[in-house]
Design a protein around this ligand. Structure first.
Ligand code: ATP
Ligand code: MG
Length: 424
């Protein structure tokens, strides 16, 4: 690591109403127990930008075990490195111990760990090399992510000219971008995410390092890429993140089956952003279904005239989903979701109503048909037809619900299949 940095100290006069009382309580208790403790990471950056943080992280020189002594209800969690979650009602505060970077290795578990990175009790320390606050500041990814804030005295420590970059709305790696992206290529995706979320430009040096190193993302474990996929696209800035990723040809690295026809993907991403803004439920399986749909369609078309077309479609679905999973680990339940949404498209196109409204994925399949119609892949009349079918059913149900319970039960006794049948 470089020579010891000395941070600039300022009183930022942050809006105290944005602070989590629980986070301040954690900092206070750790201080009273004789440790250093600061708010760090995204919450400080967001407050400096006048945004309300979504969660609060604390960094301290106390080890996770020492944190647990101060907060016996804390849970020690973490696969890559151990951190303490201090639980409060409706919120937990993540407390991590100051760490130092490991210039010889990734801070990711895709790289085999060396024996010298194990503690006597066998805990893998590779990314758990505790350090000082100064070292902790240097191992962070971007200048605007390396603030340390003392909420009690309203004092901010700025190690890497992060305040300048906040002012210039610029995302810049700490240190040489090539080295930092090589150390952990996921930082490339983090750059996309933060630039999209904060509406920051990338600093020229940071930007130039991305394209030549993007291939390194292929070495990242599919499960970590799935986590990052969710953070990129399920936080309300999916369209902006995708647009930026396209500038660096990143989609073809994350989605090798994907072929530059991104109209459907864009509509799906916009749909996700809109739903998040409206506080509606979202799933990343819907996006994956959109991203892989063109390839699924291409493969299905090859066997469209076969006598076993339905079987062939199912096989194509399995093949496409498994191939995509080699890059981004798609959880099993999501693979079923994607397959069903695709499969139901044929039934929706055929207006085959029988039993379909009760299918657990009907609603998602209908939404998928709607986004296909937005890019001219399905008739808007067809979407309207299915909208009407659901409304008719809704009206029927309301009428049924207003009937006395006993009568309804008696009427359907012994005829369960009739009761379930749906008429448009
Ligand atoms: P968000 O608001 O999206 O949570 P964040 O900045 O808090 O943004 P996190 O992923 O929660 O992002 O990480 C917390 C902090 O940990 C970051 O601000 C950064 O300082 C550090 N960090 C996280 N991942 C990395 C990484 N791969 N390399 C270096 N530093 C990292
Ligand atoms: Mg965070």
């Amino acid at each position: 690591m470089s020579e010891a940095p000395s941070p600039t100290t300022v009183n930022p006069q942050l809006d105290q109403s944005d602070l989590s009382a629980n986070a301040v309580a954690v900092v206070t208790a750790l201080r009273e127990a004789g440790f250093e403790a600061y708010l760090v990471g995204g919450c400080v950056r967001d407050m400096l930008l006048g945004r309300t943080p979504k969660d609060f992280d604390v960094a301290t020189d106390a080890t996770p075990e020492e944190v647990k002594e101060v907060f016996p209800r804390a849970r020690l969690v973490g696969r890559r490195f151990r951190i303490a979650h201090v639980q409060f009602r409706g919120e937990y505060i993540e407390v991590s111990t100051f760490r130092r970077g490991n210039p010889d290795e990734d801070d990711d578990d895709d790289v085999p760990s060396g024996a010298n990175h194990r503690s006597v009790d066998g805990v893998i320390l590779r990314d758990n090399l505790y350090g000082t606050r100064d070292e902790d500041a240097l191992r962070r990814d971007f200048t605007v992510n390396a603030f340390y804030y003392d909420p009690i005295d309203d004092v901010l420590l700025d190690y890497s000219d992060g305040l300048r970059d906040i002012g210039e709305r610029t995302l810049r790696t700490i240190g040489d971008p090539k080295t930092r992206f090589r150390e952990d290529p996921v930082r490339i995706l983090r750059a996309m995410r933060f630039a999209a979320k904060l509406d920051f430009r990338l600093h020229a040096d940071t930007e130039q390092a991305i394209a030549p190193l993007a291939e390194l993302l292929t070495a990242i474990s599919p499960s970590r890429l799935f986590d990052e996929f969710n953070k990129l696209f399920m936080r309300g800035h999916a369209v902006a993140a995708w647009t930026l990723m396209c500038r660096f040809d990143l989609p073809e690295i994350l989605f090798p089956l994907f072929e530059n026809e991104d109209a459907l993907v864009r509509v799906a991403l916009q749909n996700t952003d809109d739903r998040i803004r409206e506080d509606k439920r979202v799933t990343s399986a819907f996006l994956l279904a959109a991203m892989c749909w063109p390839e699924f369609e291409r493969r299905s078309a090859l066997s469209a005239t076969s006598r076993n077309a339905a079987d062939e479609r199912l096989k194509a679905a399995h093949a496409v989903i498994s191939e995509q999973s080699l890059t981004i680990a798609i959880p099993r339940r999501m693979t079923f979701f994607i397959r069903d949404v695709w499969r139901l498209q044929t039934r929706l196109e055929r207006k085959s109503v029988r039993g379909i409204l009760d299918h657990p994925r009907f609603r998602a399949a209908y939404d998928f048909l709607a986004i296909r119609s937005e890019v001219g892949e399905a008739d808007t009349e067809l979407v309207q037809w299915w909208t009407d079918v659901q409304e008719t059913r809704g009206t029927d149900e309301n009428t049924a619900a207003s009937q006395p319970r006993r009568r309804r039960r008696r009427r359907y006794r012994g005829r369960r299949s009739d009761a379930r049948q749906v008429r448009p």
